[in-house]
Design a protein around this ligand. Structure first.
Ligand code: IMP
Ligand code: MG
Length: 176
């Protein structure tokens, strides 16, 4: 296991919280009616709970669990649905909340899944981080807070081998 002092800080806690507040304000400008917020577990748990606190429209929170990373540093490109039970989203405003968009496979999988199963009113994708340089699929978040380089990030929901999700800041660990 990598020690916490080997994690190089990238975004401080208050930087993250300020950015989330701004995203919340943007969303308050977009939506006035009921919004279904879909938290993609496990990575986006911290981001989702902090983001929804800023929202002023009626919100329903849903949680699904997808998995694309193994225990290594790179995305497998294969997405599996661990638990994707969703309510009836027909004619609803839907916002997918993700921690990070990397290759884009997870985002694409989810957007396709929702569009295949429901005729939603609107569907937007909000990601805290955007690792644009790694994109393999043509998909971009509608909203994001920070663009990041090709570094392996941990903290604030992001994990390495299941660890470090609880760290309140975001840092990176050097790939060996
Ligand atoms: P994608 O399918 O390649 O876009 O990857 C999306 C998922 O991979 C994210 O939701 C994260 O859970 C995970 N992921 C991508 N980059 C990182 C990283 O730098 N650190 C930890 N997890 C990551
Ligand atoms: Mg994730």
């Amino acid at each position: 296991m990598i020690k916490e002092n080997e994690i190089k800080k990238l975004f401080e806690e208050d930087e993250i919280q300020n950015a989330i507040k701004k995203l919340g304000e943007k969303l308050n400008g977009i939506y006035k009616d009921e919004l279904y917020v879909i938290c993609v577990l496990k990575g986006s748990v911290m981001f989702t709970v902090d983001l929804v606190k800023h929202l002023t429209m009626p919100v329903k929170m849903e949680f699904i669990r997808l998995s694309s990373y193994g225990s290594g540093f790179t995305s497998s490109g294969k997405v599996s649905a661990v638990d994707i039970a969703l309510p009836d989203l027909n004619d609803k405003d839907v916002l997918i909340v993700e921690d990070i968009i990397d290759t884009g496979h997870t985002a694409k999988f989810l957007v396709d899944f929702i569009n295949h199963n429901f005729k939603v009113k609107t569907l937007k994708f909000c990601s805290l981080l955007d690792k644009k340089i790694k994109r393999e699929v043509k998909i971009d978040p509608d909203l994001y807070a920070f663009e990041v380089d090709d570094k392996f990030l941990v903290g604030y929901g992001l994990d390495y081998d299941g660890y470090y999700r609880n760290i309140p800041y975001i840092g990176y660990i050097e790939k060996a």
